[in-house]
Design a binder for this molecule. Structure first.
Ligand code: FES
Length: 81
């Protein structure tokens, strides 16, 4: 089953760098050849704007930023892929 990663692209998360977060995740998926295992999608506001950039992996919520996205990817996606 594919791991589904969703990144909030609502206006508050957008201001905090959701575009960079999505792009970083896409790049890392490509770098690790995980296209068959992980998919990334955007989602509208998740109602947790103060915690942005809001990301979910399956049903689990994470607060990510362009500075922490690499670490997030390693521990929550790569380690479990
Ligand atoms: S804009 Fe991302 S949770 Fe509201």
């Amino acid at each position: 089953m594919k791991t589904r990663v969703t990144v909030c692209i609502g206006s508050s998360c957008h201001l905090k760098g959701s575009r960079q977060v999505v792009e970083a995740i896409r790049e890392m998926i490509a770098d690790h050849n995980l296209e068959d295992k992980v998919e990334v999608a955007g989602t509208f506001c998740l109602g947790e704007c103060q915690k942005g950039v809001c990301v979910t992996v399956g049903d689990t919520f994470f607060s990510v930023s362009p500075d922490t996205v690499e670490e997030f990817f390693k521990t929550e996606i790569l380690a479990k892929a």
